[in-house]
Write a protein that binds this ligand. Structure first.
Ligand SMILES: NC(=O)c1ccc[n+]([C@@H]2O[C@H](COP(=O)([O-])OP(=O)(O)OC[C@H]3O[C@@H](n4cnc5c(N)ncnc54)[C@H](OP(=O)(O)O)[C@@H]3O)[C@@H](O)[C@H]2O)c1
Length: 443
């Protein structure tokens, strides 16, 4: 038995009791336990792989598996991951789509699992330091007589603030690296304020910053990262290649400039910012990013604002798909066709403008407003929670510390299926919800 497993046993028993008695929700337990016992992410990932290889055991019934992930990401994240995997494998195995819709993936193992042994073929793990690279902080065993009792009186919010980054789920990318599902975006943050607000965000626990060369504030982001004292490999940093640098060898020069301004020797994610199709250079830019990803200065590569036609073009000309597509996505504009295309190919969706940039009355929509009232949350928290449950990666922007805190405090409640469906229905299904530029015409 793994020493951690032995140590976890009394806590696990107490979790079962708490869940059964309804004293605490699974999210609350996950928050407390996850904060107290920081199991290395490598360990959790390893156990998740075993879980996957085991044919997707029923995690509701198997709390020992739940424990490992619970300590790292929380029960909801684990359950969602198993749901996603089952649906994915059901589709791949040719199981018909209608049954997939009706099937409750958490209620029982999928019918084909009994006869199928589906090895988990992950993207492979390059030797590196990084978010998944540490297996430390395994605590000394608690008093087995006391188990979780000792932990329960701790104030939960203590961690939601100082250690919010810790509670944020990590999403695996096809590159083998993980990205925190919630981050902080700095579009339109004035350069003079950037260092202060990014420092605020890092102090609050954000560990994922999204910037771009065109935002003009990479220096401020870099200054905040340097000044925070947080080890570089604990922060996920994204920047983007602007449209006028897509030709020839320009992407390499642009990356060098961004690295210099950011004061770092690598970025976690580098994106082609827009396809800018009139310039006909995005395939060239993508080829350069592919080359960059083979060196040390860029860990994962992706695109932004790519429509299916642009994605198909880079796929057919390079055979390499991006790890993410960062697109405008909020309740009134969900781009379901692009999302479905990407999801089917393991491309993660990053939703920019997750709050609709405040450009329409999203917060007053009854579906959002009513859910906010029911959960005693703000409308912004409800919308961000909707994104999280959809699996979108988000990095809402605010220059206000209070809102940064509010936007991160979304991991201890869940929207019901009906509430999710109500927000899903806010997309009229046409272009009228778009608040930003159209990728076919911005060059
Ligand atoms: N790839 C691309 O082409 C692209 C395009 C746009 C954005 N992005 C990225 O996506 C990030 C997020 O998108 P975004 O900044 O455009 O839009 P957003 O996050 O949807 O909205 C930001 C607006 O919402 C307000 N806000 C933030 N939190 C709030 C809260 N809790 N309650 C009420 N209002 C709140 C902010 O105001 P205050 O600042 O006054 O609080 C700001 O006006 C950007 O920062 C950027 O990193 C990428």
């Amino acid at each position: 038995m793994h020493p951690f497993e032995a140590m976890a046993e009394p806590v696990r028993r107490r979790i079962v009791e708490l869940l059964a008695s309804g004293e605490m929700t699974s999210g609350q337990i996950a928050e407390v336990v996850g904060s107290e016992y920081r199991v290395g992410r490598t360990a959790s990932c390893k156990h998740l792989r075993v879980l996957r290889n085991a044919g997707f055991v029923d995690v509701r019934a198997d709390l020992s598996w739940r424990w490992y992930r619970l300590a790292d990401r929380g029960i909801d994240a684990l359950e969602r991951e198993v749901v996603d995997l089952r649906v994915k494998w059901a589709r791949r195995s040719g199981w018909d789509a209608e049954s997939t819709e009706k099937f409750d993936p958490l209620a029982a193992p999928p019918p084909y699992a009994a006869s199928w042994s589906v090895p988990f073929r992950g993207p492979g793990r390059p030797a590196r330091r990084g978010l998944r690279g540490r297996q430390t902080d395994i605590p000394a065993a608690p008093d087995p007589e006391q188990g979780l009792y000792q932990i329960l009186p701790m104030p939960m919010r203590l961690y939601a603030g100082e250690m919010a980054g810790y509670n944020v789920p990590l999403i695996p990318l096809s590159s083998g690296y993980d990205i925190p599902q919630l981050g902080y975006g700095v579009f339109k943050v004035p350069p003079a304020d950037t260092e202060r607000v990014v420092l605020d965000a890092l102090e609050l626990g954000y560990r994922h910053i999204d910037t771009a060369a065109i935002y003009g504030n990479e220096e401020g982001v870099g200054a905040a990262i340097a000044g925070s004292g947080i080890p570089r490999d604990e922060i996920f940093l994204t920047t983007k290649l602007w449209n006028d640098r897509q030709a020839g060898d320009e992407p390499h020069a642009a990356l060098e400039e961004s690295l210099r301004k950011l004061g770092v020797d690598y970025v976690d994610l580098y994106l082609v910012h827009w396809p800018a199709p009139a310039n006909a250079n995005f395939v060239n830019a993508w080829k350069k990013l592919v080359a960059m990803s083979e060196g040390g200065a860029v860990r994962s590569i992706g695109v932004s604002n790519f429509l299916i036609e642009h994605l198909e073009q880079i796929e057919s000309e390079t055979g390499v798909l991006p790890a993410v597509n960062q697109i405008e996505l909020h309740p009134a504009y969900q781009q379901r066709d692009v999302v479905a295309w990407c999801e089917a190919r393991g491309i993660r969706i990053e939703a920019w403008g997750p709050l609709g940039q405040g450009k329409y009355d999203l917060f007053g929509a009854p579906a959002v407003h009513d859910a906010a009232t029911a959960h005693e949350r703000t409308p912004a928290q409800v919308v961000l929670r909707w994104h999280i449950q959809k699996g979108n990666i988000v990095f809402p922007k605010s220059v206000k510390t209070e809102r940064l805190r509010e936007n991160a405090d979304i991991f201890d409640f869940s929207l019901s299926d009906a509430e999710m469906a109500g927000i899903d229905a806010l997309d009229p299904g046409d272009e009228s919800g778009r608040v930003g530029a159209h990728p076919s015409t911005l060059n």
